[in-house]
Design a protein around this ligand. Structure first.
Ligand code: GSH
Length: 208
């Protein structure tokens, strides 16, 4: 049994879709990020962020690690090449790379207060935007040559993560959907029942 602490559209989104794809029982607990986190949540997640995933009673965090864990626990769901498979290395590389590039750059983009700054006076904000855009450009080139998914013909949990990161760019100066191969990948992922389900459950709108 899984319990996912989530907030609509946040870093919990791709995990929510993965849980639906897997089909294992899970429950959702919404965390209201507009309010100060209460002490009981901070006990589970000292940084007060989402996601938190309770896995058979064990409390865990960090979206990329949780995604890798889910794919490992449910190989039958086909969300990742399994150990020993030729595509395994590329899958691990992509999940970790996306968390390190998109995850860390978006964190500062959306939370300039982490740097004691505001959107207006945040030094380096342009560099964050360039980092996000150049990462999208790099992936778009790769997908144009060998898509439509990150693993070529094979859909994986990494595509759920990428689609989540793409969604976060929707109000940025250059949204990820402006890159054609990325747009095609998002079309495919957003047409999946899992993505439709999380959109409806989390009440998401304004993107696709
Ligand atoms: N590295 C973490 C980042 C989690 C994170 O920053 N989540 C954001 C939402 S996308 C959050 O909970 N923000 C609330 C806050 O910082 O107060 C992960 O990927 O799980």
């Amino acid at each position: 049994m899984y319990t996912l602490y989530y907030s609509a559209g946040a870093a919990s989104l791709a995990l929510h879709a993965a849980l639906f794809e897997i089909g294992a029982p899970y429950e959702l607990v919404e965390v209201d990020l507009s309010k100060k986190r209460d002490a009981s949540y901070l006990k589970l997640n000292p940084q007060g962020v989402v996601p938190t995933l309770v896995v058979d009673g064990e409390v865990l965090r960090e979206s990329a690690a949780l995604m890798l864990l889910l794919t490992e626990r449910h190989p039958e769901a086909g969300l990742a090449p399994q150990p020993g498979s030729p595509l395994r290395g590329r899958f691990l590389q992509d999940v970790v790379w996306m968390a390190n590039t998109f995850g860390s750059a978006y964190r500062l983009w959306f939370y300039p207060a982490d740097l004691d700054a505001t959107e207006e006076n945040c030094q380096g904000r342009d560099a964050l935007r360039r980092r996000i855009e150049s990462s999208f450009a790099e992936l778009d080139e790769r997908l144009s040559a060998n898509g439509p998914y990150l693993l070529g013909e094979q859909f994986s949990a990494a595509d759920l993560m990428l689609t989540m990161y793409m969604r976060w760019s929707r109000k940025m100066p250059r949204p990820a959907t402006e890159w054609p191969a990325l747009n095609k990948l998002a079309d495919l992922v957003c047409a999946r029942p899992s993505w439709k389900h999380v959109n409806a459950t989390e009440g998401l709108s304004g993107w696709r």
